[in-house]
Write a protein that binds this ligand. Sequence first.
Ligand code: NAP
Length: 417
Amino acid sequence: MLDGYHILTLTHRDAPLETLAHAIAPGDNTAEALQNLKAEMGWEELLYLATCNRVTYVFYSQNTVNQNIGADMLAALRPDLSAVLAQKTADKMRLLHGSEAVIHLLEVAASMDSLVVGEREIIRQLRQAYDQSRDWKLTGDHLRLLFVFTIETAKEIYTHTGIGRRALSVVALAFGEMQKTGLRPDARILMVGAGETNALFAKFLTKAQFRNVTVFNRTFEKAQALAQANGWRAFPLDELAYFSEGFDALVVCTGATQAIIQPALYRELLAGEEGKKVVVDLSIPHNVARETVEAFPMQYIEIESLKETASENLAYREQERDHAAGLIQERILQFRDRWHERQVERSMAHIPDEVKAVKERAINEVFGKEFAQLDPAAQDLVQRMLGYMEKKCVAIPIKAAKAIALRGQKKHAGAMA
Ligand SMILES: NC(=O)c1ccc[n+]([C@@H]2O[C@H](COP(=O)([O-])OP(=O)(O)OC[C@H]3O[C@@H](n4cnc5c(N)ncnc54)[C@H](OP(=O)(O)O)[C@@H]3O)[C@@H](O)[C@H]2O)c1
């Protein structure tokens, strides 16, 4: 049964983010602190996951788990907290058992419980947490099985539902809108600003293999760093007014509080070209003057309209959460079967060695003399026949036991239905 799985967790849903800090394992000697915790609590296995919006202890234990385990755990792990603060923090923690705990972990991995629904980053964080916990010798076979199943399920959910589809970040949305205009990878792109937002935009450009990009920035070195990393050109912002090569798209995003792209400057940048250009402006306040937008033909992509799309996309992802929940209900039954099969395998792990020992005894002791009198070809044949028998004999009882366990499982599931 899955009764041995438990989760003790504190997330952005349960408490303000600053409270989460009280449930985090100590930063110094974390491995040792968690190993001691596991021993002190009598847990067989432990997986520790801490992200910016959740602290989660997944543990396996066949012992009865008392309802105030959060306070006991914090007393053991965080002696620096006062008893009152530890209890207050523990009161906010959620404790889940058995299939509820398994379902919760599946929901976390599928990003159904995240601050931003469908944010795949959690899978990477979960993998990292598992690898770390395994390297610290905290996990064992039960959590390995659950972890593998969790990642498989999350991938299935991302593939078969729309939970992670439809972009949410304005940068991704802006790039998507720009792409819709049909710009080709050799399009001439002028980028104004080399801060975080444009650096993110640059990643999308690079991924889509845009190669003709010129970066302008107030601090030239930053423009240079961004351009060099992508094989582009860079100039100081002062030189923008002298740029005379024309452009197909202008991507502007700086912290300037006055619009930089005034009509006169825009006209210079056009260098006599008259076609419709693409202008992306993610700055707040806008860096492209309203007069510029009104005076020239352009496809203007700006932050307000993208925010609307972002909220619509978020609503779509929320809706897909129900779809994902349905998949999880199906998957949990599969995990029960898989867990039972694994227990059968483990309980029969000694069989291959025992069958091998019988074979060795037959050749070396019971039929030792007769075997020694055979010629090499006959010995080889006997060895091969016994090897074949050994393989088949090992599989028979395991297969039978798995079938019995599965029948028992189905009977149990039928009785519960
Ligand atoms: N779209 C979004 O989701 C989003 C998110 C965050 C921010 N924003 C907006 O995007 C803009 C930039 O944000 P960021 O996160 O990229 O900021 P950032 O990392 O601080 O970078 C700011 C950039 O603007 C330049 N800059 C600042 N003041 C300037 C001025 N007076 N004249 C010319 N250049 C100036 C800086 O040049 P130096 O290198 O010389 O300092 C730098 O390139 C802001 O308006 C912000 O509100 C948008």
